[in-house]
Structure formats: structure tokens, C-alpha cells
Ligand binder design. Structure first.
Ligand SMILES: [Zn+2]
Length: 134
């Protein structure tokens, strides 16, 4: 699986993470999903309802609105973005939620060193996937 993002998406996410650091920033990713790649077409930034440095939650209403909007435009839900004031690796809490969400993509940005990484759970195992910024 390859995750394709536009430079402007990355800039938007980095800006949001910088603004709310050390609180975790979060966003929803929508676009086109195939077996081989996920192409991000829209990034919807949302406030972290928990205002936490170790976990995040998006308000359900915000979720529904974003899904409805994306659906109208024929965009698929690709996955979730959040930042860590730590390395860009899934935490134990993330692992728990990754299991619940199934095979969606998790994009994580370190708000301390700026590194970006994406993960996907496949057959119960979390794997890092390739990111292409174009
Ligand atoms: Zn996390």
C-alpha cells in the first residue's frame, strides 16, 4: 500500500500540529482508495476533543459532517491523521484503536522532529507503509 499526499496537505497538517503542540492534532483523510494505493484528495482538520498530549478524539458530529461531504463528492475515507509530541510511531493506545478501525491508514506526524510515517493494520499486524508526497 502506498499513501499519496500533496505537498499542500503535508503543509496543512504540519501547520496544525505546530499550532496545537504539545496537544495531539488530528484530521480525517479522504480521497481515492484502491488495493494498491490511497490517494489523498482532501484533509479535514478537526479539534482534538480530549486536548491531550497522548491521545485524540474527533467529535462524532464533525466526523459525520466530513463523511457526508466526502460521500457527496464520491471520495472514500482513507484514514486518520494525528500528531505526537514524540516519535511518529503508533502508541499502545493507537494499537488498540487500530484494531477497532480495521484496515484504515494511520498517518502520524512527530510534532517534535517533523517526521511523518503511515501505518496500516493487516491481518492483526501493524505495518509501516510508503508515503509519496507529490
Ligand atoms: Zn498516537
Amino acid at each position: 500500500m502506498i499513501l499519496r499526499l500533496k505537498r499542500q496537505h503535508v503543509n496543512l497538517l504540519k501547520e496544525e500540529a505546530r499550532k496545537v503542540h504539545p496537544i495531539e492534532a488530528c484530521a480525517m483523510l479522504f480521497g481515492k482508495l484502491t488495493q494498491k494505493e490511497a490517494v489523498v484528495k482532501r484533509v479535514v482538520v478537526a479539534p482534538n476533543k480530549l486536548q491531550s498530549t497522548v491521545r485524540f478524539e474527533i467529535d462524532p458530529e464533525t466526523f459525520v459532517d466530513a463523511f457526508t461531504e466526502a460521500d457527496k463528492e464520491g471520495l472514500d475515507f482513507i484514514g486518520l491523521f494525528h500528531s505526537h509530541p514524540a516519535p511518529a510511531k503508533p502508541s499502545l493506545i493507537d494499537h488498540k484503536y487500530m484494531k477497532l478501525w480495521g484496515d484504515i491508514i494511520w498517518l502520524i506526524l512527530s510534532s517534535t522532529n517533523g517526521s511523518l510515517a503511515a501505518y496500516q493494520m493487516r491481518n492483526g499486524k501493524v505495518r509501516e507503509i510508503t508515503i509519496r508526497v507529490e
